[in-house]
Design a protein around this ligand. Structure first.
Ligand code: UD1
Length: 435
């Protein structure tokens, strides 16, 4: 398996281009299943999660064409998706196991074909990941759902019917799935306590361009008037706010200065305010966001994850790593996932001072220095937190299990090298040759 080798202690300075958002792109790809026409997505990030979703759609009978493109002067991918007729209505375990966002095929296929079978995703490193909200909402829309042999088997032979649905939790995945299902249902669907994440507004924008009638996206009440058919559209994926927030921490943790090209301040208000409160200069530029921590003396900050527009759980590990280099104590509280401090024991191996209380909170005390070590993480964002600690640490850090990073950070080494990091990927083959 590939590894990342970092020699820490360098101040990072320059510009990093922020790619299209993974968590926007995944449901957008699945929205293409709602029509027989072509849906073209531009500004697509080159990530293994996108490749996994594309493989699943090909298996369902979607024809996918891939183009090398330039968006805002930067290379990216454009994909065209055409599902004239699905050749399968099953998302098998082997696909769902690799990427749980495979559940996004549930809503679109059920709405278009009246039948779908999706393997249940099961738990994962950050905790149990239930699907009760997705399934209960589909049942309220008239679907018959059965769990058999590890699969969700859903039927709606007489079409899904609009319904008034109140989610018990503002789930991102369920909001996307039900918006897609309701777009082709009979009548009006209202989702109360919908998630408000920017990726949801992006999906609504594509669906509306395809002919859907959705309003209220970005608020906690979304209304969807079902239509009988949707057509093709072309759509540009929004910039990745989590990637932007991660590189903002790279600037802060190395006391450097990075302009995050294309990053959108309005989607990052809460984490950028925490950086400011900690002592980092953060400003909006004509091209994105400038994060300037040169000569900054950082002070510890309390952080609590929350639903958007609160502090994103997907930036918790990165900000926790930053707080190790701040003066004083910080309390980091995780409210979304029950098991999201797996980066802590690895950071301790680098000299961190962290006390985890139960599953939900950690007290982080700033340390004089971190020192490089061999580390590995069990999820994507935790892996990036280890890269960040490695950038700030004295000596060499080797981050194992790089496949997690490849799921969500496009051209990670290239981007960090471009701002002065001493970072390289050790390919498995090189490693074997060296042994
Ligand atoms: C998405 C993101 C993930 C992020 C998460 C929260 C994608 C591909 N992934 O995941 O990176 O960490 O939002 O911002 O976009 N829940 C239930 N029942 C359900 C569904 C969810 O109880 O049926 C709970 C979950 O256990 C969790 C909370 O709701 O505590 C939020 O989960 P959800 O927003 O659904 O996360 P995902 O969409 O899976």
């Amino acid at each position: 398996m590939d590894k990342i080798k970092i020699k820490g202690g360098r101040r990072l300075e320059g510009k990093i281009y922020i790619s299209g958002a993974k968590n926007a792109a995944l449901p957008l790809i699945c929205a293409s299943l709602l029509t027989k026409d072509t849906v073209t997505l531009t500004n697509m990030p080159m990530l293994s999660d996108i490749a996994s979703m594309n493989a699943l759609l090909r298996q369902l009978g979607t024809q996918i064409d891939e183009f090398n493109d330039f968006v805002d002067g930067h290379p990216s991918k454009t994909y065209s998706y055409r599902t004239a007729e699905a050749s399968s209505l099953t998302a098998p375990y082997d696909y769902v196991r690799k990427m749980r966002a495979s559940y996004y095929v549930l809503g679109p296929l059920l709405a278009r074909y009246g039948h779908v079978e999706v393997s249940l995703p099961g738990g994962c490193a950050i905790g149990a990941r239930p699907m009760d909200i997705h399934l209960s909402a589909l049942e309220q829309m008239g679907a018959k759902i059965e769990i058999k042999n590890g699969y969700i088997i859903a039927d709606a032979p007489d079409k899904l019917q609009g319904a008034h649905i109140a989610f018990h939790t503002a789930s991102v995945g369920a909001t996307c799935n039900i918006m897609m299902a309701a777009a082709l249902a009979c009548g009006t669907t209202i989702i109360e306590n919908a998630a408000k994440e920017p990726e949801i507004a992006d999906l609504a924008e594509l669906l509306n361009a395809m002919g859907a009638q959705i309003s209220g996206q970005g608020t906690s009440t979304i209304t969807i008037e079902g239509v009988s058919a949707l057509s093709g559209a072309r759509h540009k994926v929004i910039p990745d706010r989590i990637e932007a927030g991660s590189y903002a921490v790279a600037a802060a943790i190395t006391r450097g200065k990075i302009e995050l090209i294309n990053a959108q301040m309005q989607t990052l208000q809460n984490p950028m305010q925490i950086l400011r409160d900690a002592g980092v200069k953060v400003s909006e530029t004509p091209n994105g966001i400038l994060v300037d921590a040169i000569n900054a003396k950082l002070s510890g900050q309390d952080i609590m994850t929350d639903y958007y527009p609160g502090f994103p759980t997907d930036l918790q590990a990165q900000f926790l790593a930053l707080m190790l280099t701040a003066e004083g104590a910080s309390m980091v509280t995780e409210t979304i996932w029950e098991n999201r401090f797996m980066h802590v024991p690895e950071l301790m191996r680098m000299g961190a001072n962290i006390n985890v209380h139960g599953h939900a909170s950690a007290i982080v005390r700033g340390v004089k220095k971190l020192s490089g070590a061999q580390v590995m993480a069990t999820d994507l964002r935790a892996s990036f937190a280890l890269v960040l600690a490695g950038l700030a640490a004295e000596g060499e850090t080797i981050v194992n299990r790089v496949y997690h990073l490849d799921r969500g950070y496009e051209k990670l080494e290239e981007k960090l090298k471009g701002v002065g990091a001493d970072i390289e990927r050790i390919k498995e083959a090189d490693e074997l040759a060296a042994e």
